[in-house]
Write a protein that binds this ligand. Structure first.
Ligand SMILES: [Zn+2]
Length: 145
């Protein structure tokens, strides 16, 4: 169970882009990766609610993503969603609908010019901020030692 999220800058940018494209609706998706929280793959998903104040992953798409993760040997690191008009903090509804206590939750707020983002663990009705590390992308040109 990851204790925090390690995201690369370009993975974070992909989440921001998805969030901006889905405005004014909330956007959502899954960050999959290693048990230490290092994200290997970002799944950009559909908000089945098509709402600006809540999100629900499409159940068929969610099944396909979980299936793909299993095939690729990836763990669920975090579920992310955006808040078009409110801060990067879980709503009462987010807490109520947090069905994965083993997952972390990344929330991106688009209410300011620059996206704000925070990671949380949502379990048993409690909100706890979780560590979120943004890593520089590894350059392809690095020589093998
Ligand atoms: Zn929310």
């Amino acid at each position: 169970m990851p204790g925090g999220i390690n995201l690369t800058r370009s993975q974070l940018e992909a989440v921001f882009e998805h969030a901006k494209r889905q405005q004014p609706e909330e956007a959502c998706g899954i960050l999959a990766g290693d048990p230490d929280g290092s994200v290997r793959r970002v799944f950009l998903m559909e908000n089945a609610e098509h709402s600006s104040i809540l999100y629900m992953m499409d159940s068929t798409e969610q099944f396909e993503v979980f299936d793909q993760m299993e095939k690729d040997g990836l763990e669920l690191v975090a579920i992310f969603h955006s808040h078009p008009h409110s801060p990067a903090f879980p709503s009462a509804r987010d807490l109520e609908l947090a069905f994965y206590p083993e997952s972390l939750y990344l929330i991106v707020s688009l209410m300011d010019d620059e996206p704000q983002y925070h990671a949380f663990r949502l379990a048993r009705g409690q909100v706890a901020e979780a560590p979120l590390v943004i890593l520089d992308d590894i350059k392809e040109s690095l020589d093998e030692a």
